[in-house]
Write a protein that binds this ligand. Structure first.
Ligand code: SF4
Ligand code: SF4
Length: 295
């Protein structure tokens, strides 16, 4: 596997507004998500716990799924979600606030949903090769190549974003994929108290989840036991409390970007220098790890 990622960030940005026909969708497969985010990065329970330990509980967000045929189903807020018994099944990923970016080989800045850890200026990941770098990101697109499934890199190529996938041999060693029976309690969790979720499911579907909504699911993920859908109530409550209290540079940057953003896909009115100053103020000076740049 050999990739040319410079100037791309196709797997970190929701670039559907740039090329709606070339970009893919998370709403494929037997259980599409109920929300409309793009390229959510599913995290393991240990990764969720580690973000929480670093005070970054406010970068995490849940995803629930539409039920497949013969799945158990929970109906909450009038929304049917895939469940185990009556407990909604979910994963936890990273939030994607709007940021001023020019990804997939373009040079005009636009407001696009971008991973909380993507530096809008360099289009590099701020946690690349650190202990917090998600396994999903470090192995991408290895599982797609192994399954002969389309990659984001090829979608970017199809959109005219340049050569990206330079060698499509899958890596020799890959960790288990994020979904499947082995992922129960590790990446795929079940929320133990569905009666607590009134209002939350509708907000998650509409991209309007509150900090309290997100913290509930972070708590349940951290309280989960690998290999089962069991959740330790004490561990869940403690993790939920810490997620709710998180106030990191990244969470504050999400709020700042969201307050400044124009419509999804709208051209950014300021120039590159102004963006660089803004990124420095909202992210770098606020505590974000630096990226090295591509030189
Ligand atoms: S963690 Fe890094 S590599 Fe993964 S989606 Fe976010 S910016 Fe991209
Ligand atoms: S879509 Fe492919 S080429 Fe582009 S940044 Fe992601 S891994 Fe790299």
């Amino acid at each position: 596997m050999d990739l040319r990622c410079e100037g791309c960030a196709g797997c970190c940005v929701d670039w559907r507004p740039l090329a709606p026909t070339a970009a893919g969708s998370d709403r494929t497969g037997r259980r599409p998500p109920i929300d409309d985010r793009y390229d959510l990065v599913p995290l393991t329970r240990d990764e969720v716990a580690a973000f929480l330990d670093d005070g970054l509980g406010d970068v995490l967000t849940p995803r629930l799924f539409e039920p497949a045929e013969r799945d158990d189903t929970a109906r909450i807020d009038g929304v049917d979600v895939a469940a185990v018994g009556d407990r909604p099944v979910f994963v936890v990923g990273l939030r994607k606030p709007p940021k001023p970016v020019a990804p997939v080989g373009t040079d005009e800045q636009r407001w696009l949903g971008a991973c909380v850890f993507l530096d809008p200026t360099t289009l590099q990941c701020r946690i690349h090769e650190t202990d917090r770098y998600p396994r999903t990101c470090s192995t991408y697109p290895g599982h797609n190549l192994e399954l002969d499934a389309e990659t984001e890199c090829e979608r970017v190529e199809a959109a005219g974003g340049g050569d990206r996938l330079l060698d499509d041999d899958p890596p020799d060693r890959l960790p288990a994929p994020a979904f499947g029976s082995h992922a129960v309690g590790t990446t795929v969790f079940a929320y133990p108290d569905p009666d607590d979720l009134d209002g939350a499911v509708e907000r998650i579907r509409d991209g309007a989840a509150t900090a309290a909504d997100r913290a509930r699911f972070v708590g349940a993920a951290v309280g989960s036991r690998p290999g089962s859908f069991a959740v330790d109530p004490d561990r869940m409550a403690e993790a939920r409390r810490r997620a709710c209290a998180a106030d990191s540079w990244a969470g504050r940057a999400i709020r700042e970007w969201t307050a400044r953003a124009d419509d999804d896909g709208a051209a950014v009115t300021h120039d590159d220098d102004a963006r660089e100053r803004l990124v420095r103020r909202l992210e770098d000076d606020a505590g974000a790890p630096e990226t090295p740049g591509w030189e």
